[in-house]
Design a protein around this ligand. Structure first.
Ligand code: ACO
Length: 330
C-alpha cells in the first residue's frame, strides 16, 4: 500500500464582497446579531456570469501549480458541490474540459459540506492501492444562487468559493493517516433544498413557494454538528494513533465560530492552533477546509511533519474527519 498525501492546494473566492452592513439593507438583521451568532462579518458572491465550474477551475489551476503537476498527469477529478452548473453532466467533466485533463475519469460527489473529506478519503484509497497516481479533489460552491435572500435566518450565513487538493503518493509516515466518514439520513430534512430534483421538479408552484432555495433548521443543525464533530475527531485521532496534544493545526469546517470554538475548547486546542476564516467568507460549504488550509499555509502556520486534524459536517446529515501529516516543505 502506498501513502497518500496532499501535493498541492489551491483556492479561489469571487471578488464581490457582501458585508453585514450590506445585508442590513436587504433584510431585518444587524451586524451585532450576525457576528455574535456566527462570527461572520462578510462573504463573497460570485459574479452573474460565474458558475461553479468556473470557480472550481481557478482553484484547480492553482492547486496543480502548487503541486507542479500538468493537467495530463491527473487520473481522477472529483468535484464536491451542492450547486453544480446543471443537473448533468457532472461539473467534474466541465472542469476536465477547462483543464484539458483528458486522461482523468471524472465524477461529482454529493456529501454537502463534508464532500472534501469524502473526496480525500476516496482519493486515498485509489492511491493506496496503486490504481491511480494523482487525484484532484475540489469543493466548489455558489450558495448565493440557492439562497432565499428574504430569509434572514439563512441568508446571512453563506458565501461562494472553491478549494482544491491534489492528492498523490508521499513518503511513508506522511500524508493521510486516517479518515472517518459518517452519515445519518434520519436528519435529512433539517437542511435541504426541497425542489429541482425528481421529487419536486421545477414548476411555477415550486418557484413561488421558494422551494429551490436552502431551508435549514438552524438550532437542530447546530446540535447535530457539535455532536458529530467531537465524535469524528476522536475517531480520526484514535485511528491515526495521534494524541490530541500532537495536533499542530485544527482545520474545521467554517460554518459558525461558536461550533469551532466549542470544539477547540473540548479538545484543548488554543485558538493559535485553529484555522479560522469564517469571519471573511462565511460558510462556503465544501470549499471551507481547503481555503482555510491554504490561508494557514500562507500565514506560515503549516510545516513539514505537522499533524493536521480536518473535520466537516453538512446536509444529509454527513460528516467526516481526517488526520494528515503534512509532507510538503512549506
Ligand atoms: N438577524 C436578526 N435576527 C435573526 C436573524 C438575523 N439574521 N436570523 C434569525 N433571527 C432571529 C430569529 O427570528 C429568532 O427570533 P425569535 O426568537 O424572536 O423567534 C432569533 O433570532 C433566534 O435567535 P437564536 O435562538 O439566538 O439563534 P441561534 O443562537 O440558534 O443562532 C444560527 C441561529 C446562527 C442559525 C445557529 O442555530 C446556527 O449556527 N446553526 C447551525 C447552522 C450551520 O452550521 N449551518 C450549516 C451547516 S452545514 C452547511 O455548511 C451547509
Amino acid at each position: 500500500m502506498y501513502s497518500a498525501g496532499i501535493l498541492g492546494v489551491g483556492c479561489y473566492v469571487p471578488e464581490q464582497v457582501l458585508t453585514n452592513r450590506d445585508l442590513e439593507e436587504m433584510v431585518d438583521t444587524n451586524d451585532e446579531w450576525i457576528v455574535s451568532r456566527s462570527g461572520i462579518r462578510e462573504r463573497r458572491i460570485a459574479a452573474p456570469e460565474e458558475a461553479t465550474s468556473d470557480l472550481a477551475l481557478q482553484a484547480a489551476r492553482r492547486a496543480l501549480g502548487d503541486a507542479r503537476l500538468a493537467p495530463e498527469e491527473l487520473d481522477l477529478i472529483i468535484v464536491g458541490t451542492d450547486t453544480p452548473d446543471m443537473l448533468f453532466p457532472a461539473t467534474a467533466c466541465l472542469v476536465q474540459r477547462g483543464l484539458g485533463a483528458y486522461r482523468a475519469a471524472c465524477f461529482d460527489l454529493e456529501a454537502a459540506c463534508s464532500s472534501v473529506i469524502y473526496g480525500l478519503s476516496i482519493a486515498r484509497q485509489f492511491i493506496a492501492t496503486g490504481t491511480y497516481r494523482h487525484v484532484l479533489v475540489i469543493g466548489s460552491e455558489i450558495l448565493s444562487r440557492i439562497t432565499d435572500w428574504s430569509d434572514r435566518s439563512t441568508c446571512v450565513l453563506f458565501g461562494d468559493g472553491a478549494g482544491a487538493l491534489v492528492v498523490g503518493r508521499v513518503e511513508e509516515g506522511f500524508g493521510v493517516l486516517s479518515t472517518v466518514l459518517g452519515s445519518d439520513g434520519r436528519a435529512a430534512d433539517i437542511l435541504r433544498v426541497p425542489a429541482g430534483g425528481s421529487r419536486l421538479p421545477a414548476s411555477h408552484e415550486t418557484v413561488e413557494r421558494r422551494l429551490h432555495t436552502l431551508q435549514m433548521n438552524g438550532p437542530e443543525v447546530y446540535k447535530f454538528a457539535v455532536r458529530v464533530v467531537e465524535r469524528a475527531c476522536d475517531q480520526a485521532l484514535d485511528q491515526a494513533r495521534i494524541p490530541k496534544e500532537d495536533v499542530e493545526l485544527f482545520v474545521p469546517h467554517q460554518a459558525n465560530i461558536r461550533i469551532i470554538e466549542g470544539a477547540a475548547r473540548r479538545f484543548g486546542f488554543p485558538m493559535e492552533r485553529v484555522a479560522v476564516n469564517v469571519h471573511r467568507y462565511g460558510n462556503m460549504s465544501m470549499a471551507t477546509i481547503p481555503v482555510a488550509l491554504q490561508e494557514a499555509r500562507e500565514e506560515g502556520r503549516v510545516h513539514r511533519g505537522d499533524h493536521l486534524l480536518l473535520v466537516a459536517f453538512g446536509a444529509g446529515m454527513t460528516w467526516g474527519a481526517a488526520v494528515v501529516r503534512w509532507s510538503k516543505e512549506d
